[in-house]
Design a protein around this ligand. Structure first.
Ligand code: TXA
Ligand code: MG
Length: 343
């Protein structure tokens, strides 16, 4: 299959959107930008189309997909039950990086969207390209991140093509995504709402509106084990060389790099700008020190860059574990398999 890429410029884009809508209706795969990461879209009502997603990504089929919508009104048709908390959160955070798990309306979604569960993840992305595509189509689009399963999610059309060229029909290129890590996944079907995957919408932003949320810092302290989205059990977000997390301290990193060099090992470093002086063989800057939001925006691209090197090992600088920093640490822990350097 040949993958066409449409670079969106704002002028004359109409034909690209028309083509993308037509391909989706024909059951083909179309990648598109969102404010978090690029999504790999298929018509969520077509089993045949959705199965192509799992095949192209090499994704385990027990891992359900998020259905993307262009308007909040559609949720009334796609969910069997829309609690008041969902309405409040849609008002506050949609369009935006918050996925709500609700009871699915029967007969709407292809079985592979929900992976056999009676719930569905719904999200309205905050990106002009995604919204225009979804509104023109007027149907839900199942879209996981548009990467090969296990690789860092794509934050540019270039990353999408690197993983999926030849396997999908079309890429809408809207430039770099903004937030850089995937949406917060919030389960509203449990008695106490639960964060299944942390993202840019934090527990601290949710709790003033809907009360206590499991998976928040408070819940963790109270010993409530954070529940897991099915997808969270897989190794994820990983470049080829092993990743180790390290404290964001230039002196400490320099010592680690010197020690590794004495053992003849070559090191790639992913850390905020300014950490170049730590002396790693390759340095891929990710954000600014003390600013987890900027790290989030750059993290996946930097981890992917590590695959262009011959590094034996990757050091990745930690960020503070609160606010969006919690989501960044969640992804870093996944890509490092929880390993810290020297521990
Ligand atoms: O930011 C995002 O959410 C991106 C963009 C493209 O929208 N999408 C994304 O999709 O990250 P994906 O498929 O890579 O991650 C979906 C996550 C997985 O962890 C999955 O297990 C969870 O949401 N999920 C989906 N439906 C669920 C359900 N019904 N119950 C529990 N977890 C669910
Ligand atoms: Mg993903």
């Amino acid at each position: 299959m040949e993958t066409e890429k449409a670079v969106l410029t704002g002028r004359g884009d109409e034909e690209h959107f028309e083509r993308a809508v037509r391909l989706l209706l024909e059951g083909e795969l179309v990648a598109f930008p969102t404010e978090t990461v690029y999504g790999l879209g298929a018509l969520a009502t077509s089993e045949e189309a959705v199965r192509k997603i799992y095949k192209a990504k090499g994704r385990p089929s027990d891992n359900p997909l998020i259905a993307h919508v262009g308007t909040a009104e559609e949720v009334m048709k796609y969910a069997a039950d829309v609690p008041n908390s969902a309405k409040v959160l849609m008002d506050a955070f949609w369009p935006g990086p918050l996925t709500l798990i609700l009871k699915a309306a029967p007969g709407v979604f292809a079985p592979s969207v929900t992976a056999g569960l009676d719930t569905v993840g719904l999200r309205m992305p905050d990106h002009p390209v995604a919204l225009r595509l979804l509104r023109q189509l007027g149907r839900p689009v199942a879209a996981p991140s548009a990467n090969t399963s296990g690789k860092p999610s794509p934050t540019s059309a270039y990353h999408v093509a690197a993983d999926l060229a030849g396997k999908i029909s079309y890429i809408l290129d809207g430039g770099r995504t903004g937030i850089g890590i995937e949406s917060t996944v919030l389960d509203l079907t449990s008695e106490v709402p639960a964060i299944l995957r942390p993202g840019a919408v934090t527990a601290g932003m949710l709790e003033p509106l809907i009360g206590p949320v499991n998976g928040s810092a408070e819940a963790a302290e109270a010993g409530v084990a954070a529940p897991r989205a099915p997808g969270m059990k897989y190794t994820h977000y990983s470049p080829e060389a092993p990743v180790f997390i390290i404290r964001p301290d230039v002196g400490e990193i320099r010592e680690a790099v010197d020690g590794l060099h004495r053992e003849g090992r070559r090191v790639a470093l992913v850390a905020p700008a300014g950490f170049k002086e730590a002396g790693a063989d390759w340095f891929f800057p990710a954000g600014k020190a003390g600013d987890p939001e900027s790290v989030s925006a750059d993290l996946y691209a930097a981890l992917r860059e590590c695959d262009t090197t011959d590094a034996d090992l990757i050091l990745a600088a930690a960020v503070e574990d609160h606010g969006i920093g919690r989501a960044v640490m969640n992804r870093l822990n996944k890509s490092a398999g929880g390993k810290w350097f020297g521990k």
